[in-house]
Design a protein around this ligand. Structure first.
Ligand code: XMP
Length: 319
């Protein structure tokens, strides 16, 4: 009978056999898949593994620090932390088109990753947290048969370009199984149970051009929203929840003064695979509480809306 502990042991043996005494590099994003893959491979081959974490400057508040703390501190995994925020943010300056944003970010991830890999003197294997659904449907899961709705970056072009053999220990698993394996490996619940987060990060949650100020505003709104969701015990009932900073300023009133500040949207959906989604039915009392906290605590935001669009016809992310 199949158990996750049995799968873990079998994969560890398989990784050892595949890799031998070779060197492996693995790109960490902070998400569930790459985290579980990295910890599993580390169990198998220890210091033959080096992880590369490219921080694009478009992550949520505190996320980069958490990745570093978890992997270096808790698991003692060799980790290169490259802060590439200047590079990403200057390349994105003035870019308003969603597809150009996505492609710019995808290209930079590959470039910076290759640069860091080259500094290490290369490696024999490239590890990826590819899941079974990625294997059977290797392109965007948002598109119809022939239209690209959004180009997903992930690590598409990397393996061919880098001419390394792939180590993909999760390629037979579905998301819920990856989470179970992560727990088996002792990964903290904060990583294992984490909502999906898109590669292009907060850049696609700010329609139009992004900059550091807008990112800082969005991070504050997002933090309040997620704090309230966790506090209400709703996090695990939701597929994804996040805030969007709208490129629109509206008039409000605070005390006895006029405000003219940005509006934001909150988005929370239920889904099983991200291909379709429904709005999460918060009660209005919860939304009221979140909205008043945001307007009171985040200077620069004076209006909060809740996005109730399902997918289709909407998509989960705004860009
Ligand atoms: P959409 O917005 O297309 O999103 O309904 C469906 C799911 O995919 C995530 N998403 C991405 N994930 N790279 C990723 O790894 C991407 O470029 C990307 N774009 C969207 C989105 O967060 C949702 O879970």
């Amino acid at each position: 009978n199949w158990t996750m502990a049995g799968f873990r042991d079998m994969e560890i043996a398989r990784i050892r056999q595949q890799v031998g005494s070779g060197r492996v590099i693995c790109g960490l994003s902070g998400g569930v898949d790459s985290s579980v893959a990295a910890v599993l491979i580390h169990e198998a081959i220890g210091d033959q593994l080096t992880c590369i974490f490219v921080d694009p400057g478009i992550l949520r508040a505190g996320e980069a620090e958490e990745v570093v703390k978890t992997f270096r501190g808790r698991f003692n995994i060799k980790l290169i932390h490259r802060d590439a925020s200047d590079l990403f943010l200057s390349a994105l300056e003035g870019v308003t088109d969603p597809e150009v944003k996505r492609k710019t970010i995808g290209r930079l991830f590959v470039e910076v990753f290759e640069e860091e890999a080259a500094k290490l003197g290369g490696a024999d294997f490239l590890a990826q947290g590819t899941l079974y659904p990625d294997v059977i449907e290797s392109v965007s899961f948002t598109g119809g048969p022939s239209v690209t709705i959004k180009s997903h970056h992930n690590v598409g072009g990397l393996p061919e370009r880098m001419k390394m053999q792939l180590v993909e220990p999760l390629r037979e698993l579905f998301k819920d199984e990856v989470r179970e394996l992560g727990r088996e490996l002792g990964l903290p619940e904060a990583i294992v149970g984490r909502h999906p987060f898109p590669g292009p990060g907060l850049a696609i949650r700010i329609p139009g051009a992004i900059d550091r100020d807008k990112l800082a505003l969005l991070r504050q709104v997002d933090t309040v929203f997620l704090e309230e969701i966790r506090g209400a015990g709703l996090y695990d009932a939701i597929w994804q929840a996040f805030a969007v900073l709208l490129p629109v300023r509206t008039v409000g009133v605070m005390g006895d003064g006029r405000t003219y500040d940005y509006a934001c949207a909150l988005r929370a959906v239920t889904s099983t695979d991200g291909m379709t989604a429904d709005v999460y039915p918060f009660d209005i009392g919860f939304l009221n509480r979140v909205a008043s906290r945001i307007v009171n605590e985040v200077r620069g935001i004076n209006r909060v809306t809740y996005d109730i669009t399902s997918k289709p016809p909407g998509t989960i992310e705004w860009e």
